[in-house]
Design a protein around this ligand. Sequence first.
Ligand SMILES: NC(=O)c1ccc[n+]([C@@H]2O[C@H](COP(=O)([O-])OP(=O)(O)OC[C@H]3O[C@@H](n4cnc5c(N)ncnc54)[C@H](O)[C@@H]3O)[C@@H](O)[C@H]2O)c1
Length: 457
Amino acid sequence: MKINRRQFLKTSSVFAGWSILPTGAWSNPLNSRFCTAHIGVGGMMGWRDLRSVASHPKVQIVGLADVDRTALEHERLLSYQDTARFADYREMLGTLGDKIDGVVITTPDHTHYTATLMAMNMGKAVYCQKPLTHEISEAYELAALAKEKNLVTQMGIQCHSADAYRMAVDFLQQGIIGKVSKVYAWSNKSWGDDGAAYAGSDPVPESLDWNLWLGSAATRPYLKDKYHSAKWRKTLDFGCGTLGDMGVHIIDTPYAALKLGQPHSVKVTCREPNQCSHPTKNIVEYEFPGTEYTTDKLQFTWFDGAYVPKAAEQVNPELEIETVKSQPVEPFHPDLGLEAGKTLPPQGAMFIGEDGQRMLLPHLSAPQLLPRSLLANVTKPQLKPANHYHQWVDAGMGNGTCSADFEYAAPLTTGVLLGVVGNRFPGQTLQWDGDAMRFTNNEDANKLVSRSYRTDY
Ligand SMILES: NC(=O)c1ccc[n+]([C@@H]2O[C@H](COP(=O)([O-])OP(=O)(O)OC[C@H]3O[C@@H](n4cnc5c(N)ncnc54)[C@H](O)[C@@H]3O)[C@@H](O)[C@H]2O)c1
């Protein structure tokens, strides 16, 4: 079904005055289908989420929502011609109501919370992309609501179900490198912008409802190539930089394997804040309380952009070492040394055991034990096949559970977001009280734990 500009604007302008009644779990047992509605279908990931959910034999797609008409009219959606389309997800949820069993959310990060909250208040199962939320205050709130309403939830970290990552979790929990004392994780991606704060305005594309795209965020002029599409990751109010992009995937394995909760402290090395965008390169140092799989404390360091570490052997000795706030930023760390001729992967993690044994986990590749002789101690894990999307559909139909439900996603998302907030206070060690959900030594940082929500859109 095509919608024209007039219909699009009509649906966009309707405010969500729907009665929000819980519909209970899986409301369509008679036709044995699990009916899904998708919010944000235009990006690369929206399409992937749609295809992956639709590949489950019991799934029927009943609704598609996107604030950009070109997304809804894209030829790849031709096979869903009869599926209802909407500009405003609130109208979709309100109109389709009981016809929906599960909602898939693949919008920019700042919309995750509001869309998820509405779907959960209607009693729907939710598959929400990572990071679960944009604000620290939101993730545990959604986890508590899911628990209270007994809803099936899954955060969109599909790598969590990949064999390589599950094998790494198993190796670490077998104790092959002993209790873990340090973790280094990194991505060479760089979702930041070190230029001046954005200014000016550009004409809004005819196909885009900019007001709906902004959603509950503060209004501002549209700027070409700064926000829509995908570039919003660089902006403080909409995205979470590289940590919120690749960090959630790469930090997921340490969280799952070591059963990490919230860190005690975080310190970020990066440029001075510009009140607009995330820095292009960051070093984020966390200290976590110990768990059954770690030493008494765990030192956890994240690197991104041009701060990605190199194995000592890769570093040019002539290289001038950068200094930030009088501290040298080392381009390598002795814990990351590799055999001659080997290079560190561009994205991945290194786990350091208490006695110096190590495990390297290149992003989405099998874990490597250092020294290799540790392999002799490994009991090969028996991993059952896992499909992150189908797991959610099956759980929504009453079969099994989700491995990255919101209870799991809340501490991981909070940990990531603490590093994101830390980039506004470069060089400062922020002390975090996870029970009170506040920083204990910086009131300005506490102002960034939550935000206000625009409701007149
Ligand atoms: N799990 C992964 O591997 C992975 C990979 C890429 C992206 N993602 C996540 O997917 C999400 C989307 O990322 P992307 O790169 O596809 O972004 P994008 O900007 O390319 O696409 C977002 C889509 O959502 C639409 N949209 C924006 N606001 C909307 C709203 N209020 N209602 C309905 N539609 C709306 C946009 O028009 C666009 O079509 C992000 O949360 C991102 O972190 C996850």
